[in-house]
Each structure stands twice: as structure tokens, then as C-alpha cells.
Design a protein around this ligand. Structure first.
Ligand SMILES: *Cc1c(COP(=O)(O)O)cnc(C)c1O
Length: 442
């Protein structure tokens, strides 16, 4: 069966592929994992995106989690308009940057000092260079299935885009560089202990998504983050929480607030920029003052702390700071989780719905997903069928089994009930296609 996508998007995709690799500027957008063609977007508002042919979809991607207020939130639009009229970039410091750093620090007590950059990838690269510089050690421990952006030494068994492409490593990454990264399974306390036992004196840092979002949503089991903290303390390594997704999403103070474990360095992105390119890394003053110009660890960026992006970030944090927002996100997430579970059960499709706050994944596997090897057992074909059925019903779900879906504050009753009804019908479509492939003559 061919794609539901509209003829306008199809024509654009063809044109795009002539001038942009795969027609997209970031791989997962190409819909390869679900076997179709991407919807080209012409505009978006609140919980809805509008495709190139004018069809409107409920959006559960929300720019991969960046848009916790939904699209084109009036407060963000106004702040951005005001900022851009005063100039789009100065390459000089501004008061708004101080304000943003202060606001990060108020929410995250472990981040009294931070450096702004232009993406999550850059935030992680800055944090890990600092960790290596501060410890004079080379090795970094990461967990299988977690994604930390596109830096060479982190493209090692790193989740959604790569897992989907069946490409555990990227071409172009020198073996010597990949060799500075040690990989352990997520939620595996013993594996971390043993890696520290063997290499403890050479490990600069452990980097982890405190709630994994890039192999689908995998919550930390009780004791996991605590064990990472304890191993780092025992061996003089730094604990880096990559909160590019979880920061400002699962609590005002991110995963460290929600789970009560302190990180030495924290990376932020996505929500921080309210839909604009912005990231940050930060930690204690003593550590952060090893960064240039005060310290020897070099890191720089022409557009770092861009005034338009900073204005969008400040406006986003301001709206998020109103009373009740996190309760609302929790409520909406829980409601969706429950109706997805019920819809799957009614259709007789075994799934495992995993959620933390407003991020969730429907794994097409009956068993709980604790780490990548569990996620990898998901029925990708069933997910692709389900995804296609959702798209036909104008629900825009992330186009990979190994991504998180995001609920925003803009997802109201109309949007949520549309998703719920479409999901029920989509589960029925999965059951039906399984039944018909079972009864096909061999
Ligand atoms: C998205 C993401 C990144 C990379 O951020 P970019 O802005 O895409 O460079 C890093 N870490 C995590 C956990 C992410 O989800």
C-alpha cells in the first residue's frame, strides 16, 4: 500500500531530494522507518500542524519536544517579534542572556553557572570537553540507546535515528575516537560498576539521559541514577545529565528535581529555545570557570546566546512558570497513556506504553522496556502500520518506534480526543493486518 501523503508533499519531496540529501535536513524526518514520504509543513498553531496540501494534523512531535507550549504560542511570537526589531544578532553580550542563565539556575540548583550555545549537540560537546579538561582524563561512558547529538565520539550505539537506520556507528567516525567512548546498557548497575572497576582512573565522565527518550521512553529504574552518582563520586568522574529533552519538561528543575539526583554538569536544549536554536551546558561555578575566557577549556560560537532565541526561551520559561502547568502536562500525559493502553487491549494488540510526564512511547512489544535490547524486540512493521493509520486519520506521531511522543500545553480536549479515537482505529488496523497475513496461504 502506498503512502497517504498528499500530492503536494510528494512533489516537494521529489524536488527536495535533488538538492538536499534524502530531501531532509535531519535524517529521521524522512519517514524511512515507517516506509513513507514525509508531510511537508506549511504552518502550525497550537497542537496542530498544517501540511502542504492544507490537511491539518494533531502534532505529537512538537519539534521533537522543543514546543512544550505548542506551536506559535502568542507570548513567544510577541517576544520574538519584539526582539528581532531590536536586531537579530550582535555578537556582544546582552542583559537577556544574564536573565536566562539566572532563570536556569533558579530552576536547577546544580546549574548556578551556564554557557549558552546554539544546539543540544553543541551543549553536549562543550560539557564533555569541560569534563575531560577538568579531570585530565579521556574516556566517556555512555549508555546504549541514548542519543546525545551528532559529535563523533557519541555516535556509538545511540538510539532512534541510528538504530532505525540499522547503523550502530556512523561512517566517518575514526575508530580511535569512537574508542574513547565506553558503552553500557541502560539501567544496568552492574555493568557500570564493572566498567569503572576496569577503567575507573581514565573515565572523565558518565553521560546519560536521566529519562531515556531516544530509544523510546525508558524511565530510570530506582537506584540507577543513584548508582551512576555513586560510581562517579568513588572514582572522581563527573556525572553529566543530558537534559536536552527532560529539562523543563518533566519538572521545572528537570529530571534531577524529579528523581532527586544531582548532576555535575547538565546539558539543555529543545525547550530552552522555545523553538529556536539554543542550547546550554552548566554546573558549579568552580567547574564552569574552567571554560574560556577564564579557564583553559576552549568553546565559542558566533551566534551563541542569540537575542531572538534567548527571547523565545525566556518567554517559554515564563509561561511554564505559571502555577499548575506541570500538573496539567502530567494529567494530559496520563490520560493519553491510559487511552492508548485501553485502545490496544480492545484491539487485542500487545503493546507496552511507557511514559514520564508528558513524554511517552507505545512500544509494540508486550514486555517492559528497560534498555535498548528490550526496545529492539519491538515489532517495527506493526509500528509502521499503526503510524500509517494514524497519519491517514490526521494524527502526526513521531515516525519511528524509537522516539518519544510529546504532549504540549496546547493539546486540548479536541486534539487529545482526536488522537485517542485515531489510535483506537489504528490499533484495529494493526490487528486486522496481522490477521490477514496469518491467514494468507503459505
Ligand atoms: C535532541 C537531543 C540532542 C541534540 O540536540 P540538537 O539540538 O539536535 O543538536 C542531545 N541530547 C538529547 C537527549 C536529545 O534529545
Amino acid at each position: 500500500m502506498s503512502r497517504v501523503s498528499d500530492p503536494v508533499s510528494r512533489a516537494l519531496f521529489e524536488r527536495a531530494r535533488r538538492v538536499i540529501p534524502g530531501g531532509v535536513n535531519s535524517p529521521v524526518r524522512a519517514f524511512r522507518a515507517v516506509g513513507g514520504e514525509p508531510v511537508f509543513v506549511r504552518s502550525a498553531s497550537g497542537a496542530w500542524i498544517e501540511g502542504a496540501d492544507g490537511r491539518r494534523y494533531v502534532d505529537l512531535v512538537c519539534s521533537w519536544g522543543a514546543l512544550i507550549l505548542g506551536h506559535a504560542h502568542p507570548a513567544v511570537v510577541e517576544a520574538v517579534e519584539r526582539a528581532v526589531r531590536r536586531g537579530s544578532s550582535y555578537g556582544a553580550p546582552t542583559e537577556a542572556e544574564i536573565e536566562l542563565a539566572e532563570r536556569i539556575g533558579w530552576r536547577m540548583p546544580s546549574v548556578p553557572m551556564s554557557r549558552l550555545v546554539s544546539s543540544g549537540t553543541e551543549a553536549v560537546m562543550g560539557a564533555l570537553r569541560l569534563a575531560r579538561g577538568a579531570t585530565s582524563r579521556d574516556l566517556v561512558v555512555k549508555t546504549e540507546g541514548c542519543y546525545h547529538g551528532g559529535a563523533d565520539y557519541l555516535l556509538v550505539r545511540s538510539g532512534s535515528g541510528l538504530a532505525t537506520a540499522g547503523q550502530p556507528d556512523s561512517a566517518g567516525v575514526p575508530a580511535a575516537i569512537a574508542g574513547t567512548t565506553l558503552v553500557v546498557p541502560y539501567n544496568d548497575v552492574e555493568a557500570v560498576a564493572s566498567v569503572f572497576e576496569r577503567h575507573g582512573e581514565r573515565i572523565a565522565a558518565v553521560i546519560v539521559e536521566p529519562v531515556a527518550g531516544n530509544m523510546g521512553v525508558v524511565p530510570p529504574e530506582p537506584g540507577w541514577l543513584e548508582a551512576l552518582r555513586a560510581q562517579c563520586d568513588r572514582h572522581g568522574a563527573l556525572l553529566v545529565f543530558d537534559e536536552v529533552i527532560t529539562g523543563f519538561r518533566i519538572a521545572p528543575g528537570g529530571a534531577q528535581q524529579r528523581f532527586g539526583v544531582r548532576a555535575d554538569l547538565t546539558t539543555l536544549g529543545k525547550i530552552l529555545g522555545g523553538g529556536f536554536p539554543l542550547g546550554a551546558y552548566g554546573g558549579a561555578q568552580q567547574l564552569m570557570e574552567r571554560v574560556a575566557p577564564v579557564g583553559p577549556v576552549y568553546q565559542a560560537g558566533t551566534l551563541s546566546g542569540n537575542p531572538v532565541a534567548v527571547a523565545a526561551g525566556l518567554a517559554t520559561l515564563e509561561v511554564l512558570g505559571a502555577p499548575g502547568t506541570y500538573e496539567e502536562l502530567e494529567r494530559k500525559g496520563a490520560r493519553l497513556e491510559q487511552s492508548l493502553r485501553e485502545g490496544a487491549a480492545r484491539a487485542g494488540v500487545e503493546v507496552c506504553v511507557q511514559r514520564v510526564g508528558s513524554m511517552l512511547t507505545v512500544f509494540f512489544t508486550p514486555d517492559p522496556v528497560r534498555r535498548w535490547s528490550d526496545a529492539d524486540r519491538s515489532d517495527r512493521a506493526a509500528f509502521a502500520r499503526w503510524h500509517r493509520a494514524l497519519l491517514e486519520r490526521e494524527v502526526y506521531w513521531p515516525p519511528s518506534q524509537f522516539e518519544a511522543a510529546f504532549v504540549s500545553l496546547a493539546h486540548d480536549e479536541t486534539a487529545l480526543s482526536r488522537v485517542e479515537q485515531a489510535a483506537c482505529e489504528a490499533f484495529a488496523a494493526v490487528a486486522e493486518s496481522r490477521a490477514s497475513s496469518d491467514s494468507r496461504p503459505a
